[in-house]
Design a protein around this ligand. Structure first.
Ligand code: 5GP
Ligand code: ZN
Length: 114
């Protein structure tokens, strides 16, 4: 997708912030972390947001959750817990229009979110 920041990151192989990748997803550190651990789990395929997925394309969401659990364990968040967040559209806080989930942990979280 032309001019999509996360498509550019997906296609760049030598990112030092890269934490994990497989055939469907990449994980890297957020440039502006909101918690001691703040990872972005990004689908390799471009979709603007989860509203863009066809019924038969939701396997990517399950896969991202599976990788999130793997990352939570890798970063020792499984004992204290973590938050997995997806912002869909501008009013919900989406600023990069390519499907991604935030994995946040390492501090006390507040609820409700702002
Ligand atoms: P959103 O606001 O769309 O839910 O999340 C986008 C996230 O991408 C933000 O938390 C922002 O800090 C992060 N971000 C924006 N540009 C870059 C970048 O160039 N590199 C990395 N690693 N993260 C970025
Ligand atoms: Zn994209």
């Amino acid at each position: 997708m032309v001019d999509c920041l996360f498509c550019k990151i997906v296609n760049k192989k030598d990112d030092s912030d890269l934490v994990y990748q497989d055939e469907k997803v990449i994980v890297f550190k957020d440039i502006n972390p909101q918690a001691p651990v703040h990872l972005l789990l990004v689908s390799k395929e471009h979709f603007e947001n989860i509203l863009d997925l066809e019924e038969n394309q939701f396997d990517i969401i399950g896969h991202i959750h599976q990788v999130a659990v793997k990352m939570a364990k890798k970063f020792n968040l499984d004992e204290d817990g973590f938050r997995l967040v997806n912002n869909t559209k501008q009013k919900a806080g989406q600023t990069v229009f390519h499907i991604h989930f935030h994995l946040l942990g390492g501090r006390e979280m507040q609820w409700p979110p702002g």
